[in-house]
Design a protein around this ligand. Structure first.
Ligand code: 5GP
Ligand code: ZN
Length: 114
């Protein structure tokens, strides 16, 4: 299936370039960019271009690249320690209602972060 956009969705607007972002990766199905309010240096978000609120709303073919791209970004960032996180629903701390995978580097203690 083709990409699906929502006009009032902040992440769909980022994909379309209507809102600027620090883009890290783009393919026909996937988009990745830096988080505007990073939990650590290099905190990235990987999203499907197919708009859906929760993981369970997205067809498998639009989920297939998310983890490989998160992995590639972690590798490119030289992140030896990192967390992959994907929140669904308010109770689970989801704020933006467009599926996204967080890649959050976990710096060494002596670097003063994390
Ligand atoms: P959630 O809690 O929904 O899993 O995480 C949403 C994430 O999106 C947060 O880490 C937040 O900083 C990030 N975010 C929200 N709005 C924007 C934006 O306009 N640009 C970017 N780059 N990140 C955003
Ligand atoms: Zn969207």
């Amino acid at each position: 299936s083709a990409v699906k956009m929502a006009a009032n969705c902040i992440f769909c607007r980022i994909i379309k370039g209507e809102i600027p972002s620090m883009k890290l990766y783009e393919s026909d199905k996937t988009f990745a960019f830096l988080d505007i309010n990073p939990l650590s240096h290099g905190h990235a978000l990987v999203i499907p271009k197919y708009h859906g609120e929760k993981l369970t709303d997205i067809p498998d073919e639009h989920l297939a690249e998310l983890l490989p791209i998160a992995s590639r970004i972690a590798k490119a960032a030289g992140a030896e320690n990192f967390n992959i996180l994907q929140n669904n629903g308010r109770i689970a701390h989801q704020v933006v209602d467009h599926v996204h995978v967080h890649m959050i580097p976990k710096p060494n203690e002596q670097e003063g972060l994390g």
